[in-house]
Design a binder for this molecule. Structure first.
Ligand code: GLU
Length: 439
């Protein structure tokens, strides 16, 4: 059975970059009728925060991406210790003692000599007595001993991959303070949880190479791997620094709709155009990981605004019932009000703004050259309520009184009644007005 997982570290809020990873894994599982696991990678007790675990769940909930179960790495430390024992027994795990400074120095030397900065395995040459002395002095960390051969896999996005293990440092799997690192924890989880498909960013390609050898050493079954390109800004600039400002909760606060985000991320970087979908189920149907390419993917947060507007323009009144209620729109007026303003809003926040204009009257704000004209027009505006002919009758009267016509007539009057230059059909709008413009 197809099983995928989204494995965030709870060290921050999820942003468009990691949501893309989450979405791909979610869609693969759902399309196959499989299982989608939310795996919290919280082996780092200092950086992992409970508030971020909650925030990640809240954001996924809001987006409508339901997980089948939650796993937490912090609850599985005994499993990682057991795997470490097996690697030790298999002769694939060794203790090393270099400090970060020493490692840095080695790397610099290698680079100076034009060699790749790969760990030189000096620790393997230590005698037992030397190891004991170093362990007592500074404690040791544990490295996985790679087999120096080519590591190959068929990547679901990148195609055939081949990495020379000799060009990669033996990965540290357990730190000096005993903390299990992501590479080991992830491998143990993926194999023990029966994960069949792993989609993650192309920054993980080298990890994948080493993980394949660790999985083999532990006798596990390798999942299928696919590495998606990383998002860049609209000009191709790196997004890594800006991702903090592209948190899902910030987009939500700005009024971006979940289906706008999901529709965009489900297609961006693929051979197919972005298409607005009405539901997560529709996204599942149209998703195919093999349509994605290796090239960096340009992401423009501004593209979410027109998509958001289109989501709203397609919604029936029931879908915004909560917003209509919160805005104070009386039950009997909701259908008509929504039908009149729907195509003129950009975010849900506009719902309350339009109702406020209708219920309390527009703010005054005529352009100076129109001030006298508007004042004279308002002087002959009857009191609400207005009938379906009110706009035609009033504008005809103003036209007769002022001699203005066309845009010069209608635009200042629209602005006077709505406070804006653009908006709904005025003939439909006026019957909903409960107040005259504010004086
Ligand atoms: N916690 C890891 C990360 O956020 C998970 C990577 C993976 O999918 O294996 O980078």
């Amino acid at each position: 059975m197809t099983t995928t997982r989204f494995a965030p570290s709870p060290t921050g809020y999820i942003h468009v970059g990691n949501l893309r990873t989450a979405l791909f894994n979610y869609l693969i599982a759902r399309k196959a009728g499989g299982t989608f696991i939310l795996r919290i990678d919280d082996t780092d007790p200092e950086r992992s925060k409970e508030e971020f675990v909650e925030a990640i769940k809240e954001d996924l909930d809001w987006l409508g991406l339901q997980w089948d179960r939650v796993e937490r790495q912090s609850a599985r430390l005994d499993r990682y210790a057991e795997a470490a024992d097996r690697l030790r027994a298999a002769g694939r795990f060794y203790e090393a003692f270099e400090t970060p400074t020493e490692l840095d120095l080695k790397r610099k030397k290698q680079l100076n000599m034009g060699r790749p900065p790969v760990y030189d395995r000096a620790a393997l040459a230590l005698s037992e007595a030397e190891r004991d002395a170093l362990r007592a002095e500074r404690g040791g960390h544990w490295r996985f001993k790679l087999d120096h051969e080519r590591i190959e896999w068929e990547d679901g996005i990148l195609g055939p991959q081949s990495i020379d293990a000799a060009s990669v440092s033996d990965p540290v799997l357990i730190r000096g303070d005993g903390q299990v690192l992501y590479t080991l924890a992830s491998v143990v989880d993926d194999t023990e949880m029966g994960v069949t498909d792993v989609v993650r960013g192309s920054d993980h390609v080298t990890n994948t190479a080493t993980q394949i050898q660790i999985i083999d050493a532990l006798g596990g079954q390798c999942p299928r791997f696919a590495h998606h390109s990383l998002l860049t800004g609209p000009q191709g600039e790196s997004l890594s620094k800006r991702l903090g400002t592209l948190a899902i909760r910030d987009l939500r606060a700005k009024g971006v709709e979940p289906m706008a985000i999901l529709s965009q991320l489900a297609r961006l970087g693929s051979a197919d155009p972005v298409e607005l979908r009405g539901s997560v189920d529709e996204l599942i149907e149209g998703f195919d990981i093999s349509r994605f390419g290796a090239a960096p993917t340009k992401f423009d947060v501004g593209d979410l605004d027109p998509l958001t507007a289109r989501v709203l323009h397609g919604l029936p009144a029931e879908a915004v019932a909560g917003d209509l209620e919160a805005a104070g729109v009386p039950v009997e007026a909701r259908e008509t009000f929504w039908a009149v303003i729907r195509d003129n809003i950009e975010t849900r926040a506009d719902i309350a703004a339009w109702w406020q204009v209708l219920a309390e009257g527009a703010e005054p704000g005529a352009d100076p050259e129109d001030a006298a004209f508007v004042a004279e027009a308002l002087a002959i505006l009857p009191e609400p309520p207005y009938g379906p002919e009110a706009w035609a009758e009033w504008t005809a009267a103003v036209k007769a009184q002022s001699g203005r016509k066309g845009k010069a007539l209608f635009m200042p009057l629209r602005k006077a009644l709505t406070g804006r230059a653009r908006g709904p059909e005025m003939a439909d709008f006026m019957p909903l007005m409960r107040a005259r413009p504010k004086p």
